[in-house]
Design a protein around this ligand. Structure first.
Ligand code: NDP
Length: 264
């Protein structure tokens, strides 16, 4: 799966799935733009990319800010001269109930981060991807396919929207030779709960509970999701578009995964 001479943007590359994806692309010879807000974490990922491949372009950006999104695409084109693959991975989890106070503020934040950013970045990147006959991989979730856990309707809704967006844009861009797909992970042990401000003990309870409930008795590593992203983005996936790929240890098959009441 060589990505030699390919240029790849990975959003949310400072941590978890995005970091593993950026490192995996670097290892396969790609020139990678890594995007996030946390400069220290980006620096660490940059070092890891450099250790296995070439030095990435680091762009500090907030994906909820339109000017920052322009900076990601323009900066990449200026630095590398083209774009072959866009991975819309940046995302946040959120605990919401419709009866909660400030529910709309929380909903707006989740949609801006998980869905709107992918829409605008795709709009900005599409002309460049048409030139290279490139492709897009959106990092969705099993929650886009099924309501799996309670008390996180904004997150579920953002990922369901991302799945439909993936299919709509795949149809629009197919005649131009651009493929668009999603990966839909189940539970992957990353910083996602820590970022939410969940106490360490509650985080451990959450991962333990998801491990016990999972049919394969485990949660995934970021590297497994990265492998799947690379396969879809590679020439091996050249006939795949408008598809979504679940990698979830069978979690989607479980009738009731649990009721999250994590105390922040
Ligand atoms: P992490 O919290 O480890 O990583 C999230 C990444 O998104 C970080 O690099 C973070 O960067 C970035 N990010 C968040 N908000 C913004 C923002 N406003 N602007 C720029 N970057 C932002 O979580 P994961 O690796 O788990 O999550 C990656 C994706 O995978 C998400 O879309 C998530 O929904 C999805 N996913 C995760 C699952 C899991 O169980 N972990 C399961 C299914 C899907 P920084 O903090 O530097 O800004």
């Amino acid at each position: 799966m060589s990505f030699k001479n390919k240029v790849v943007i990975v959003t949310g590359a400072s941590s978890g799935i995005g970091a593993a994806t950026a490192i995996a692309f670097s290892k396969e010879g790609a020139r990678v733009t890594i995007v996030g807000r946390n400069q220290e974490k980006l620096r660490y990922v940059s070092e890891q990319c450099s250790a296995v491949g070439s030095k990435p372009l680091v762009i500090t950006a907030d994906v909820t800010n339109d000017e920052d999104l322009k900076k990601i695409v323009h900066g990449t084109i200026k630095h590398f001269g083209k774009l072959d693959v866009l991975v819309n991975n940046a995302g946040i989890f959120s605990i919401d109930k419709i009866l909660s106070e400030n529910v709309v503020d929380s909903f707006d934040k989740v949609i801006a981060t998980n869905l709107r950013s992918a829409v605008y970045l795709t709009h900005l990147a599409a002309p460049h991807l048409i030139e290279t006959k490139g492709n897009i991989v959106n990092v969705s979730s099993i929650v886009g396919k099924r309501v799996t856990i309670e008390n996180c309707f904004a997150y579920h809704t953002s990922k369901a929207g991302l799945d439909h967006f993936t299919k709509c844009v795949a149809l629009e861009l197919a005649p131009k030779g651009v493929r668009v797909n999603s990966v839909n992970p189940g539970f992957v042990r990353t910083d996602i709960m820590q970022v939410l401000g969940v106490k360490k003990e509650a985080q451990e309870d959450f991962w333990d509970s998801m491990t016990k409930t999972s049919p394969l008795g485990k949660v995934a590593d970021s590297e497994e999701i990265a492998d799947l992203i690379l396969f879809i983005a590679s020439d091996k996936g050249r006939s795949i578009t408008g598809s979504s790929f679940v990698s979830d240890n069978g979690a989607i098959l479980v009738p009731h995964l649990g009721n999250i009441e994590l105390q922040a």
